[in-house]
Design a binder for this molecule. Sequence first.
Ligand code: HCA
Ligand code: CU
Length: 381
Amino acid sequence: TSNWKIIESTLREGEQFATAWFDLETKIKIARALDDFGVDYIELTSPAASPESRAHCEAICKLGLKRSKILTHIRCHMDDARIAVETGVDGVDVVIGTSSFLREHSHGKDMTWITKTAIEVIEFVKSKGIEIRFSSEDSFRSDLVDLLSIYQTVDKIGVNRVGVADTVGCADPRQVYELVRTLRGVVGCDIETHFHNDTGCAIANAYAALEAGATHVDTSVLGIGERNGITPLGGLIARMMVADPEYVKNKYNLHMLREVENLVAEAVEIQVPFNNYITGFCAFTHKAGIHAKAILANPSTYEILNPADFGMTRYVSIGHRLTGWNAIKSRVEQLNLELTDEQIKDATAKIKALADVRTQTMEDVDTILRVYHTAIQQGKL
Ligand code: HCA
Ligand code: CU
């Protein structure tokens, strides 16, 4: 897994999220934030979707972003392709359903029609000198022979990427690894992947795809998209920070993650989940006495990611019944109180007793420690 790229689809897949509605100003803010973060590509809703979508696409292409290339995403159809190439995008992502579910109940076309149209669309987009990706939709419920043969055909006529999409979120990492691995042996072009999260595998699947030789992963901020969404940008970053830390640190401006998530959360009126990767409120909170003690000695004991890499801070929670005297001692030192270890153990026992009645806030803990300290000084204890 090296030299992989992110295709950030908050402004395409993310617009398909239940409560998403982006005006141009919001889209520009999100696009600029993603560019500051450093994603390789930003994918936009098809300009054929509506007049506003087209105007937005044109406006975002004119921003002259520093790092991110602009893509739009269209159906495999000449009508859409003709509009897309006029918008100023750097590339076009073309998609068509290939599973029997979608062929029979959605667009009604057979593989012969699909192949013929794909070739026509690809040659047209290529003739305009911009990037082209061809993807099947519902790849994991498509016939493998159909898939490989169409990918091989489009690879021969010179697409930049072929795409694999788990449209319904049914695939598991092993299946993904196998399909991408097979595909890697069949095409020479780049391989883009797109994973829905219906069964909780979206990040693991993206990782398995990269391990198998995929080059591009689709993400959206906070994972927003159809139904419960796709691989989240932050979750993929967390995974890859462990797998490939130098690459991730050198390439992406990780301190921007929180800002871009807050921007998108506000735009679609959701909260950042409590258990969100990296930025969830408790992502770096340590609680049990045993954990707190070890974390204070060396954070790597119970942290695989360093919060400072993302502009986040670690928090050691101490006002609860699971607390321990080592954690309390570190607070005593922060407060500049002079207490012996024996006294700290005594104060810890008092905090634990109170916390058995109700959880103590940081302020509560500080007050208990200050009162205890004063009592010691006045010789009352
Ligand atoms: C959809 C299409 C898509 C396309 C993915 C892609 C999917 O909204 O159904 O073009 O890579 O999940 O198949 O998002
Ligand atoms: Cu999708």
